[in-house]
Design a protein around this ligand. Sequence first.
Ligand code: FUB
Length: 327
Amino acid sequence: MEKKSRPNEPLVTHIYTADPSAHVFEGKLYIYPSHDLEHDGPDNDNGDQYQMEDYHVFSMDDVDAPCIDHGEVLHMKNVPWVSKQMWAPDAAYKNGTYYLYFPARDKEGIFRIGVATSKNPAGPFTPEPNYIPGSFSIDPAVFVDDDGRSYMYFGGLWGGQLEKWKTGEFNPEGKEPAVNEPALGPRVAELSDDMLTFKEAPQEVQILDENGNPITAGDEDRRYFEGPWMHKYNGLYYLSYSTGTTHYLVYAVGTNPKGPFTYKGRILEPVIGWTTHHSIVQFKDKWYLFYHDSSLSGGVNHKRCIKYTELKYNPDGTIQTIKPYDN
Ligand code: FUB
């Protein structure tokens, strides 16, 4: 019999998983994570340790139900433009089709974002032959607003190459801004009605402090690093993300899906392992944070496991900070 799921415990133990994007499709929780592979290769700031090659989809009938593995739904050998490193994916639904969005390095070693489709949330997914024109960097998160318009948020520093796109063109020598300059923000682009291309050139998202000034690159407790997520709560747009070097999940709130967003606080304190990456989803009458840590492997950065916990709001709409090991 399959094991029941519990908050703050690994949901999957037969393979290593990370970067969980959770959605409610057809009344169930579906999770679209990365699939970490075991190897003895290098571990460095370029992310060479994250050598993923495929995706599995998981589902849970309820938060305490077993987390079911629907098997491999897409492998890089079937995606003509990919050379390696299929990193954190996301999924979306529109007009009878499910879309799997995924970053990977193209044949030149540049991260791009691709899309694959299925009639079933559990896949398998059929990839488009080319990456989305105008896409770059990593960590796509697709948000479908109440009015049916869809937006992709993406971007990640260091291994994710975002600082190499500062000018709008790929510059292999591109660096992060100086510590007192505005930090690089994630990018956002509205998706076309068929969900397969950008409707417009991606634009940079502004994240401001409590005084309306841009968060600076040196403010590593609050500046954007990678792993964006968008959700809507009480009519406001919540952009959440990882701060990378300081290992927090934090959030900023705005009134427009493209920003600007004002920094509000921390969602999750650091977890075991370097990376922290999440999604936020409402299921029945509660909200949940899906996240990962490296506890299943005793702290190996590229051998991670996905988890979830309940996420709670205060009456003023702020999010209560979660301490992942305090239960
Ligand atoms: O899983 C590979 C990369 O590590 C993701 O794209 C980042 O968000 C970080 O979790």
